[in-house]
Design a protein. Structure first.
Length: 202
């Protein structure tokens, strides 16, 4: 009987040499990748007038923002907050004390994030959204996206109704991963204090 393996285990090559040498080589490779990623991000955002060059942190930020974060000059970041790599904080946005903003988060123009919040990776906090204190937003959630509002025109086509309302998350709210909290056409969408919303909720 011939046994045909369903899969083959391929062992990845390992770095050789003393542990210290292997660690230095690993770190050098990681820095090269980070520089390449930073160059690609800078090229992508180039000309938009809303970023700083990696490694050129604004004086008032100090060590608050990762060197690869993009923070507008008009953004207000608390001195004990933390802004992760490739996060984008636009003009007029505010990030409160002890708040942690992880990688690839967008905090749009005029948005406000309170104290002791945790904003996980790839979250988008849209224009003028307001988050209270101790708010947790899990990965990939969108706060303040357009609500689904359309009217039928005289020719039968759907015409988008501008969604210009606000979004407010009160204190101690938690939003699950890939959940969306939409803004309305008028008024506001308000999530009351202490509310917990599961993943994948609209």
């Amino acid at each position: 009987m011939v046994v045909v393996p369903l899969f083959e285990v391929v062992q990845q090559p390992r770095l050789r040499g003393p542990p210290a040498e292997r660690l230095l080589r690993h770190r050098a490779g990681r820095r090269l990748v980070e520089r390449q990623e930073a160059a690609e991000e800078a090229e992508f955002f180039g000309g938009h007038g809303r970023h700083r060059q990696p490694g050129a942190a604004a004086d008032h930020l100090g060590d608050v923002a990762d060197p690869h974060a993009f923070v507008a000059a008009g953004a207000v970041i608390a001195p004990d907050a933390s802004i992760g790599p490739f996060a984008l904080v636009e003009e007029g946005a505010r990030v409160g004390p002890r708040t942690i903003v992880y990688a690839h988060v967008t905090i749009a123009r005029g948005a406000q994030v309170g104290e002791d919040c945790v904003i996980h990776a790839h979250v988008s906090i849209r224009e003028r959204a307001q988050l209270g204190n101790r708010v947790v937003v899990q990965d990939g959630a969108v706060i303040g996206s357009d609500g689904f509002g359309f009217a039928r025109g005289a020719d039968g086509a759907h015409v988008k109704i501008p969604q210009v309302g606000g979004v407010v998350l009160e204190d101690d709210v938690e939003i699950g991963a890939n959940t969306t909290v939409d803004r309305p056409a008028i008024g506001e969408t308000r999530i009351r204090a202490g509310a917990k919303i599961d993943n994948l909720v609209q």
